[in-house]
Write a protein that binds this ligand. Structure first.
Ligand code: B12
Ligand code: SF4
Ligand code: SF4
Length: 324
């Protein structure tokens, strides 16, 4: 017998995923069409900055990713730990997504196990898995599969764990019973838009990477950070959690993860800025094994830390006295 949706979900939960839902891959719905338009507008505005891979046409049509797919199984894995960023200006801030083991590896291992359980060549059952590893709109599909909603801060929020979840999906040839898309629950709140220090959330749900600290600290390979970003780092050297930290859903519903792999590596919660500003290749290998932070090369760490140190002095130094 081909597995039912309930069996697939039970297996995903047994493998340790915290949320699972299913969306149909059929003729494009009005929601999918609106999302294609939203992505195209985002690209037209240049909000992808140097992330040219975001323009891959497959990203706008999931059927081109796997033409035989009939369903998309969306999963979410909670990565929140109760550790807190340091307020000491000598310490840098690393975003929570990067504290522990690389989420691509952790999620891929679990998704492979789910795929192996579901695959059945005799019945012609095939799968393809993604964890931000291909041209698939993770957040849009997670919302279609009922996991949560794409919130004004540009992250998918779940009712159970807030937005501290990684997303992934398994595309399959099996036509499974689907879940209803999740409704949005930001209401009239605008806390994240107001809290973003660089004005990167240019409209609800729309993040301009050119203005985002997360983009510049992780993706921007230039020798220097643009001045308007460098001046506003406030200690962030790898990603940025400000628009999630201020979110009432995260403040109320964050739960400590049960995934041991997401426990922070030593030194990742409160790294000394002076250490990062002189980080060598050897130290980089030692500090960030199997880490998503390896995307940030040693020279980028040094650049980010130096900029954080410079902006710290700028913002904490008192004004010079008035001439008498
Ligand atoms: C590009 C990218 C970035 C860019 C751009 C961020 C962004 N919000 O677009 C940068 C480098 C800045 C970034 C930063 C971060 N990222 Co990132 N990123 C991605 C990536 C690869 C694609 C996102 C994307 O498609 N953006 C383009 C816009 C147009 O698409 P969208 O935001 O999904 O919006 C869709 C819908 O909401 C809808 N839509 C949007 N606007 C509108 C408007 C209207 C009117 C309508 C009808 C529809 C609509 O259509 C859109 C297209 O499908 C995904 C992985 C993936 N493959 O999906 C991870 C992903 C979004 N990132 C992730 C994370 C963890 C982060 C950070 C939190 C890391 C950090 N702490 O520093 C930050 C958060 C910054 C933020 N506020 O969004 C996680 C988010 C998990 C979650 N719970 O949502 C993802 C899903 C990776 C994963 N698999 O777990 N990221
Ligand atoms: S991650 Fe930071 S810089 Fe980027 S949108 Fe959120 S608050 Fe703004
Ligand atoms: S801070 Fe408010 S507006 Fe922003 S994502 Fe959270 S609930 Fe939505």
């Amino acid at each position: 017998m081909t597995p039912t949706a309930a069996q697939v979900k039970a297996q995903a939960i047994a493998l340790g995923f915290h949320r699972v839902g299913i969306a149909a891959i059929a003729d494009p719905t009005p929601a999918e069409q609106a999302s294609q338009v939203a992505l195209q507008q985002w690209l037209t505005q240049g909000y992808q900055a140097d992330m040219a891979w975001m323009a891959n046409p497959k990203r706008q049509d999931i059927r081109q990713v796997m033409p035989e797919a009939r369903s998309l199984i969306a999963v979410a894995l909670n990565y929140y730990t109760p550790d807190q960023h340091s307020a000491d200006p000598n310490h840098g801030k690393i975003a929570r997504y990067g504290w522990g083991r690389d989420y691509h590896r952790v999620m891929t291992t679990k998704l492979k196990a789910l795929a192996q359980w579901l695959n059945d060549p005799e019945k012609g059952i095939q799968t393809r898995l993604y964890v931000d590893t291909g041209p698939v709109q993770d957040k849009f599909w997670a919302q279609q599969a009922g996991l949560g909603w794409v919130a004004k801060n540009g992250n998918l929020i779940t009712r159970s764990h807030g937005s501290w979840v990684f997303l992934g999906e398994l595309l399959t040839t099996v036509a499974l019973a689907t879940d209803a898309p999740h409704t949005a629950h930001c209401g009239t709140c605008t806390r994240c838009l107001e809290a973003c220090p660089t004005g990167a959330i240019v409209a609800p749900q729309v993040v301009d990477a050119n203005r985002c600290i997360a983009y510049h600290t992780i993706e921007n390979r230039a020798e220097q950070l643009p001045e308007p970003i460098a001046d506003k780092l406030n200690g962030w050297v790898a990603g940025c959690d400000i628009c999630q930290d201020v979110c009432p859903w995260n403040q109320r519903f964050a739960q400590a993860t049960d995934v041991p792999d997401f426990q922070p590596y030593p030194g990742n919660v409160a790294p000394a800025l002076s250490d990062l500003a002189t980080l060598t290749e050897a130290e980089w290998h030692q500090r960030f094994p199997a880490s998503a932070l390896r995307r940030i090369k040693p020279a980028m760490w040094r650049r980010n830390a130096k900029a954080a140190i410079a902006s710290r002095h700028q913002s904490t130094e008192p004004d010079p006295p008035e001439p008498v």
